[in-house]
Ligand binder design. Structure first.
Ligand code: ARG
Ligand code: ASP
Length: 706
């Protein structure tokens, strides 16, 4: 197999066409460097990836598990997206110091804020492993025992298991918040502009990596830790970009599924995505109404809404693109061309069989997740269920304590939500659930409905609110207080507790949690597991065959949160007939969108003043404007947020943060006509740090070149 792989890798050298997408393995940079150089890249392969020499990869980090960041100073200063750092920014915000709204700028190391639990990993190297499981285990042990340094290891399968690699990381756990623009800048455009071009967000935040005195990673914060001294950091270019300029993105893309058979793409496009979109649309419309009517609701639901919206809008874009380019037909065409090979033919018909037999379970899973799991009532049920599971054999005091602990968690969930809104969502989602999952409706819930003549979702929800002690927080608190307290008479105590457990167990709110879950665990999950283990095996065989028979169609392994680079060029695109989108946006556009009445477009006064006075320092483009964002043909996905975008000299020109909506199908099939990554122009970032934040200290620390 390995010999074959080498042949395969060699074959792909000549097949990579510039700007055709691809998330390449840094260790195989040699295969691409000529192509990159043809596109204008000036660096050598070794300057991008090397084990022995300091190189670009040493300045790229996996940030917080799901994003990317880049090191921009010799003192471990790190840039990533605002939406990647948002959790930290929010968690350190209080009413007095609202860093989310006002922004935050540490003017010295001592002002930097430790972020407990935030982890950053830097890849030290990646090593190919044997395909054979036993041999692989041995090899991993060998490397673990012989590599010198403080490392973390992961074993990753590529090409669905046709290729294996050991990833060796330095893993840092003292990372501190250094800066963030106000969210009206960092998240400008909010959910309205999300996934869209033209875009005007200043989506960045700043952190710093700390190490021990020997520059080694630590397991957490210590006041004795010092800024990490990286092997390499990015220089920052003030030159900006022109159409057709070479760009490269280096980061940790999460998941792609580029080698799905046609039947799978069709299932996504026609069944899975539309169902999920419909559920989310329903939920989001209700949330949006309430958010706009009430500030308190906005606070509670902003991130829930953003989470729901982010995936939904991406699926919508994907459906659009998959239809527009008739990806299913393209796939069928490619499959037909290979079907003369009997193994391919068998695999494809196996896929067809599994999809036709088992896809209804995948859909049941989708509906369960979107229409049951997403209701507050399900989550309250889940929390409160623990009340019926308390170990009553322990001391009365322990029983009371445990009940109080569970109650506290449940009540805090109640207060994080808005009960009127949740009732509406429950009604709407219950309707979808009972309409779309008739086959998987729990018997027990059906019985409740028929025994009580509950015909509609409204009927069921009214019944729930009338009968469940979980329907409001005071009711739940009172019930716990009534039964679970320290009662001297042991018999009475016991009786109270067993009455209480009975009451909780029989509560319709608990049933609404337990019964769908039971159906899920007993009827849906085993089928999904079977589906997955079968498709996993088919994927491995199918991709292995593609590598052999049609290497030009399987040039890179699907993304799996391992370090990849991708390259392309700055380019405009045609979103739909008759419209061309320019490749960059400017501060003019921020001001055009300004509207204090619309939450997502409320430009801070200070930024408006800077715009009026044209106080741009050295950060304006040669056209005299501040350029805000730009797009290019780099093949990126979720996880690439925060990735460094570099120019032909390997200098930082932007921070990647999103993709254009019309091209989000790139997770399934990249198309250079329509797929664009969106980056914030690094000059806008510097302008904001210096002029809006006044953090000259940070500017001085970076290496800025012309
Ligand atoms: N679309 C971006 C990526 O998938 C996320 C942007 C976050 N912002 C938002 N308004 N939801 O992660
Ligand atoms: N916004 C995504 C991220 O957070 C990037 C993308 O999907 O293009 O990683």
């Amino acid at each position: 197999m390995r010999k074959f792989l080498m042949l395969f890798c060699a074959l792909t050298i000549s097949l990579n066409l510039f700007g055709q997408g691809g998330m390449w393995l840094p260790v195989l940079i040699e295969n691409h460097i000529k192509d990159m150089q043809k596109g204008g890249f000036k660096l050598s392969a070794e300057e991008v990836y090397s084990v022995n020499k300091a190189c670009m990869k040493d300045a790229v980090v996996l940030f917080g598990g799901g994003c990317t960041g880049e090191i921009v100073s010799d003192k471990g200063l790190l840039l990533t997206n605002h939406h990647c750092g948002r959790g930290e920014i929010v968690s350190h915000s209080t009413l007095e110091h609202d860093y989310l709204t006002e922004g935050f700028w540490a003017k010295s190391l001592s002002q930097e804020i430790p972020c407990k639990g935030l982890n950053v990993k830097i890849l030290d190297r990646m090593i190919e492993l044997p395909g054979d499981e036993e041999e692989r285990k041995k090899a991993v042990e060998k490397y673990k025992n012989t590599l010198e340094g403080v490392f973390e290891f992961t074993v990753e399968k590529l090409y669905a298991g046709n290729l294996w690699y050991l990833f060796v990381y330095k893993s840092f756990n003292d990372v501190r918040l250094v800066g963030a623009p106000p969210s009206a800048v960092g998240n400008f455009g909010g959910d309205t502009d999300n996934w869209m071009w033209p875009r005007h967000g200043g989506d960045f935040s700043i952190f710093r990596i700390y190490a021990d005195k020997n520059n080694n990673p630590t397991t957490g914060y210590s006041k004795d830790n010092v800024p990490y001294k990286p092997k390499h950091h990015f220089k920052i270019s003030l030159k900006g970009v022109e159409k057709d300029d070479f760009t490269m993105v280096f980061g940790f893309p999460g998941t792609t599924e580029e080698y799905l058979p046609a039947v799978a793409v069709k299932a996504y496009k026609d069944q899975n995505y539309p169902a999920r979109i419909f559920c989310r649309q329903t939920r989001m419309e209700l949330m949006s109404e309430a958010i706009n009517a009430d500030r308190q609701v906005r606070l509670k639901y902003t991130s829930i809404y953003a989470g729901a919206e982010n995936a939904k809008k991406k699926w919508e874009g994907s459906v659009l693109g998959l239809n527009r380019f008739d990806v299913v037909k393209q796939k069928i065409h490619a499959e037909n061309a290979l079907k003369s090979d009997s193994e391919v033919k068998n695999i494809l018909s196996e896929y067809e069989k599994i999809y036709s037999e088992k896809y209804k379970f995948i859909m049941a899973d989708a509906y369960f997740y979107e229409s049951v799991y997403q209701t507050a009532q399900f989550k309250i049920g889940e929390k409160a269920f623990a009340l019926s599971q308390i170990d009553t054999e322990t001391s009365p005091q322990a029983v009371v304590n445990k009940a109080q602990e569970i109650l506290k968690k449940t009540l805090s969930f109640f207060s994080a939500r808005d009960s009127a809104l949740e009732r509406k969502i429950f009604t709407a989602l219950y309707k979808i659930y009972s309409d779309s999952c008739a086959e998987f409706m729990p018997k027990n819930l059906k019985e409740i409905c028929s025994a009580n003549a509950l015909k509609t979702a409204e009927d069921f929800v009214n019944y729930y609110y009338k009968n469940s002690v979980l329907s409001d927080s005071t009711r739940l608190k009172n019930i716990v207080a009534k039964y679970v307290y320290l009662e001297k008479n042991a018999k009475k105590f016991e009786k109270n507790i067993s009455d209480f457990v009975e009451l909780i167990k029989n509560d319709v709110g608990i049933k609404y949690y337990l019964e769908p879950l039971r159906v899920y665990l007993q009827q849906i999950m085993p089928e999904i597991n079977a589906f997955e283990s079968q498709t996993e095996k088919l994927d491995k065989d199918y991709q292995g065959l593609l590598m052999k028979l049609s290497p030009e169609t399987i040039k890179f392994p699907d993304a799996n949160s391992t370090l990849r680079f991708t390259f392309g060029k700055v380019d405009s695109y045609i979103p739909r007939d008759g419209v061309i989108y320019n490749y960059y946006t400017t501060l003019d556009g921020v001001i055009e969108k300004d509207n204090p009445k619309i939450y997502d477009y409320n430009v801070p006064e200070k930024l408006k003043k800077l715009y009026q006075s044209k106080d741009y320092g050295r950060y304006a483009d040669k056209d005299g404007k501040i350029h805000v964002c730009f797009i290019a043909t780099n093949h990126t996905t979720g996880g690439n947020s925060g990735s460094p975008v570099v120019n032909a000299n390997g200098e930082l020109i932007g921070i990647n943060f999103d993709r254009c909506w019309e091209g989000t199908m790139s997770d399934i099939m990249y198309n250079k006509e329509i797929c664009r990554n969106i980056s914030v122009d690094i000059r806008y970032v510097l302008f904001l740090i210096e002029k809006l934040g006044g953090a000259d200290n940070l500017i001085k620390e970076m290496e800025i070149v012309n």
